[in-house]
Design a protein around this ligand. Structure first.
Ligand code: NAI
Ligand code: MG
Length: 366
């Protein structure tokens, strides 16, 4: 059957940035028959307004069937007083949970034109393109026992880092598969020097590699040393795979190598479906930005780059993905900037739709 993409624009700037993605999809559609079909539905506050729930069961079922979901953003002050179970964010959490998305992909990409935005030196970050794969559903954020307990006459706060072999194996597989579509290199990060879970992590990743991915270059690094190396010379990495806690910290740090929130795409992958493709949810890292919603100020690039990731990792359209990324790069090199990307240089910002149009023009020229 035809591969399928489900679009969930959501709330706030979600629909605004998604409208620019739809233009890119239509551009590809006009050039040639798109090898996948696209449908659209509601999530978050938009779904609550229509159905009284932040994610309708039909939408959930559809998300389970499609090859990829692309989400804008959810949330907004309008929904602040809602019951916890009805809040827009619950719609997104339900998607992540029921799709069992255990691998969170956070690329850190630095376009040359924005290299001066980074807090690091230009040549350290210009042209950077790395991917952090963070285990998302297990580890210390979920392990039992957890809680604040009484111990003698004081309290003790407890969390447990716990990983099964199969949990480590599946996220390692995701990382190796990704590496094959990129630079063919994986660095696994843990703290095997001081943590039992780290010892098991290193052993399982190595075993999966030797059995099925010997063609991919694998190295291991202690996560603290990895943090140093990320700041010192991030271009040494291609794919980094790590656990939930270390991945949380390392991916936020890596994001800052590259500049604005409006530029950051992400993806979350689950287990392979019958057709061999992993379940997948793509979304910009940013939220619904109520402070700028409805003003045409939002940067659509994070959402457009999330779509490019879907092309590469869910639809095997790596060439098309590169074409989109190159178009973004060209537009930035030409000096086009949404307001979030402006420094002190007195450039007039472009609107959300002007940025989208400029990217289409760059696609035309490519
Ligand atoms: P946010 O990411 O929405 O905004 C943070 C700041 O970055 C704001 O000043 C905003 O204007 C700016 N910004 C964000 N995306 C931008 C873009 N594409 N272009 C230009 N500027 C951009 O985070 P915030 O303000 O903490 O949360 C706002 C709402 O979004 C809340 O309801 C929150 O729950 C929700 N949220 C949803 C997420 C999701 O859908 N995955 C993730 C984070 C927050
Ligand atoms: Mg974080």
């Amino acid at each position: 059957s035809t591969p399928s993409l489900l679009i969930l624009p959501g709330d706030g700037i979600g629909p605004e940035v998604m409208a620019e993605v739809v233009k890119v999809i239509d551009w590809f559609g006009a050039k040639r028959d798109l090898p996948f079909e696209v449908s659209e539905d509601l999530v978050g506050g938009a779904a609550y307004d229509k159905h009284g729930t932040p994610l309708h069961d039909d939408t959930m079922a559809r998300a389970q069937e499609v090859d990829a979901v692309l989400l804008g953003a959810v949330g907004g002050p309008k929904y602040d007083d809602l019951d916890f179970s009805l809040k827009p964010e619950r719609g997104l959490l339900r998607l992540r949970k029921e799709m069992d998305l255990f691998a969170n992909l956070r690329p850190a990409q630095c376009f040359d034109a924005l290299a001066d935005f980074s807090s690091l030196k230009r040549d350290v970050v210009a042209g950077l393109d790395i991917m952090i794969v963070r285990e998302l559903t297990s580890g210390i954020y979920f392990g039992e026992p957890r809680g604040i307990f009484k111990e003698g006459n004081e309290r003790v706060g407890v969390n447990t880092q716990r990983y099964t072999e199969s949990e480590i194996e599946r996220v390692a597989r995701s990382a190796f598969e990704l590496a094959r579509k990129r630079g063919n290199k994986v660095c696994s990060m843990e703290k095997a020097n001081v943590m039992e879970s780290g010892i098991l992590w290193r052993e399982v990743v190595q075993k999966v590699h030797d059995a099925d991915y010997a063609d991919v270059e694998l190295s291991h690094m202690y996560a603290d040393a990895g943090a140093m190396q990320l700041c010192r010379w991030p271009k040494q990495f291609d794919v980094i795979v790590t656990d939930n806690l270390f991945g949380d910290i390392l991916s936020d740090a890596a994001a800052m190598l590259t500049g604005s929130l409006g530029m950051l795409p992400s993806a979350s992958l689950g287990a392979p479906m019958e057709n061999g493709r992993p379940k997948a949810l793509y979304e910009p890292v940013h939220g619904s930005a109520p402070d700028i919603a409805g003003q045409g100020k939002a940067n659509p690039i994070a959402c457009i780059l999330s779509f490019a990731m879907a092309l590469r990792y869910s639809f095997d359209l790596g060439e098309e993905a590169t074409r989109v990324e190159k178009a973004v790069e060209k537009v930035l090199a030409d000096g086009k900037r949404t307001a979030d990307l402006l420094g002190e240089d007195g450039i007039e910002p472009v609107s959300t739709s002007e940025m989208g149009d400029a990217i289409l023009a760059a696609l035309d020229a490519s």
